[in-house]
Design a protein around this ligand. Structure first.
Ligand code: NAD
Length: 509
């Protein structure tokens, strides 16, 4: 395959899809255009699935569920093991496609695929560990236990910024838990979704006897997603995206008593304490705030720096912001790639203007035009020194803006830290045990992820991933996140000749 400088991205994307075995015949036959953030060029114009198509896909998935739920979990794990093998073989190609379609650096594109491989490994082990408890019963001659059963069709709705990993987090767990998946990827990243399906199809072919339609992709925007959200046959909707989306999806799923996992926006903060290793903090903050051009849900967006170290740390950070390389992630070694599109650029500029109006001093944030065609949107990451946490600081703007504020009192900074709607990720930089433990305690960070001496982004697969408050409360990936993909039954078995009732109730007839 030629490299990015010799070929247009559309052709590269196509040849990657073909190599992975995806059907490319319909890529130009529809009206849903997708673009590469790297150059702004159009990659495809796909036909959208209608509501009727989605309904039919859910019907096929419901049929698949009837047989897949009866396949022993370790055997289901074998499919996910094969999926992991196919992903290993496809890592370079799929990572490249992620870079083309989502604008990530090659290392971040490959890293996303590695995350998919990691969750497969995790899920294979899990397929032999879907344990229920045996529970002491008060009734003699009885046994009480819980059993975990497959749940049903899982609908996955995903965001543009992790176009493949989020699908795999859900799919690897859903499959070992005995559930089929219908996936609606972001309308901005349909090609990586087709590639993922092709990779899983290879694993399915090797597996042999899986039911048809165990995994399907439906292409489209909000309406296509709504068809998944509203269908009562979709037992679980796992939706990743903005808090705005979650506000719509959550109540709709709840109104039909469906289950949801909501993985929504973040407004993640770091606290730099007087005892912090400032060199390490600077590097962690730079990656956390500027990496992936500020387009991770866990991107660091707020930074509280103690008065006593502010003048040592912040000038260095401003310097790093000024010198960081911005450019085409496919043809250069630039650390900061493009924003996803012009809308993201406009939102960033509006936030910077609002910050300035609120008394902030903006460093950076300007458009970089000499690295790519007009249709692509590259920016210098912005560091904004704010007098207080106000205005745009309280909201997530999905772009590389870091709001920096001073603090002097530890308890007060914890209050400030928690005084935003989102509750995804957080970190503290300190070598003071009392401060780090207080930050991790019940009265500390209110986020689903709380770190010490590392940044807010870059979670590993083994832990449960997700956040509180306006981040939606969902958990995916590791730990016991699998329980959301299964239903629990409590079973009580009477092996005696008596019928004692619980709580001493008497009912003699
Ligand atoms: P988005 O909310 O615009 O779209 C996400 C997905 O939801 C898309 O597939 C979209 O088509 C779909 N959608 C939107 N409205 C819908 C509706 N009413 N019903 C059904 N589907 C609907 O988000 P985006 O711009 O693609 O992604 C960025 C956002 O995602 C940020 O807020 C980021 O923090 C968040 N995000 C969160 C996590 C997490 O794990 N917490 C991970 C990645 C991204």
């Amino acid at each position: 395959m030629k490299d990015a400088s010799e070929m247009d991205l559309k052709s590269i994307a196509r040849s990657v899809l073909e190599k992975l075995g995806a059907d490319t015949s319909a890529l130009d036959s529809g009206s849903m255009a997708s673009f590469s953030p790297v150059t702004g060029e159009q990659l495809a114009a796909l036909p959208e699935h209608s509501v009727a198509d989605v309904t039919a896909a859910i019907g096929r998935a419901a049929t698949a569920f009837r047989s897949w739920r009866k396949v022993p979990a370790p055997r289901r794990g074998e499919l996910v093991r094969l999926m992991g093998e196919e992903l290993r073989a496809a890592k370079d190609d799929l990572g490249r496609l992620v870079s083309i379609e989502a604008g990530k650096s090659p290392s971040e594109g490959a890293g996303e695929v590695q995350e998919m491989i990691d969750i497969c490994d995790f899920a294979v082990g899990l397929s032999r560990q879907l344990y229920g408890l045996t529970i002491a019963t008060e009734r003699p001659g009885h046994r009480m236990m819980e059993t975990w059963h497959p749940l049903g069709v899982v609908g996955v709705i995903s965001a543009f910024n992790f176009p493949v990993a989020v699908w795999s987090w859900n799919t690897a767990l859903a499959l070992v838990c005995g559930n089929p998946v219908v996936w609606k990827p972001s309308e901005k990243t349909p090609l990586t979704a087709l590639a993922c399906q092709a990779v899983l199809d290879r694993a399915l072919a090797r597996f042999g006897d899986a039911p048809e339609a165990l995994s399907q992709v439906v292409i489209g925007g909000r309406e296509t997603g709504e068809a998944l959200v509203d269908d009562p046959r979709v037992a679980l909707v796992s939706a990743t995206g903005s808090t705005r989306m979650g506000r719509q999806v959550g109540p709709r799923v709840a109104s039909r008593f469906g289950r949801s996992i909501l993985e929504l926006g973040g407004n993640n903060a770091g606290i730099v304490c007087p005892s912090a290793d400032l060199d390490m903090a600077l590097r962690a903050i730079a990656f956390g705030a500027m990496g992936t051009a500020g387009q991770r849900c866990t991107t660091m967006r707020r930074l509280f720096v103690h008065d006593s170290v502010y003048d040592q740390l912040v000038p260095g950070l401003i310097k790093a912001y000024g010198s960081v390389s911005v450019g085409n992630p496919l043809t250069t070694q630039a650390l900061v790639g493009p924003l996803v599109d012009g809308q993201a650029y406009e939102a960033m500029q509006a936030a910077l203007k609002a910050a300035e109006d609120a008394g902030g001093t903006v460093h950076g944030g300007t458009r970089v035009t000499d690295v790519a065609p007009e249709a692509a949107f590259y920016v210098k990451p912005a560091l904004v020194e704010m007098p207080s946490q106000t205005g745009p600081v309280l909201e997530e703007t999905f772009a590389p803006i870091l709001y920096v504020m001073r603090y002097s009192d530890f308890e007060d900074v914890i209050e400030q830290h928690n005084a935003v709607g989102a509750g995804l990720s957080s970190s503290i930089f300190t070598t003071d045990l009392r401060e780090s433990e207080a930050f991790l305690s019940a009265a500390g960070s209110d986020c689903g992820i709380a770190n010490v001496n590392i940044g807010t982004s870059g979670a590993e697969i083994g832990g449960a991933f997700g956040g509180e408050k306006e981040t939606g409360g969902g958990r995916e990936s590791g730990s016991d996140a699998w329980k959301s993909y299964m239903r629990r039954a409590t079973n009580t078995i009477n092996y005696s000749h008596q019928l004692p009732l619980a709580q001493g109730v008497v009912f003699d007839i």
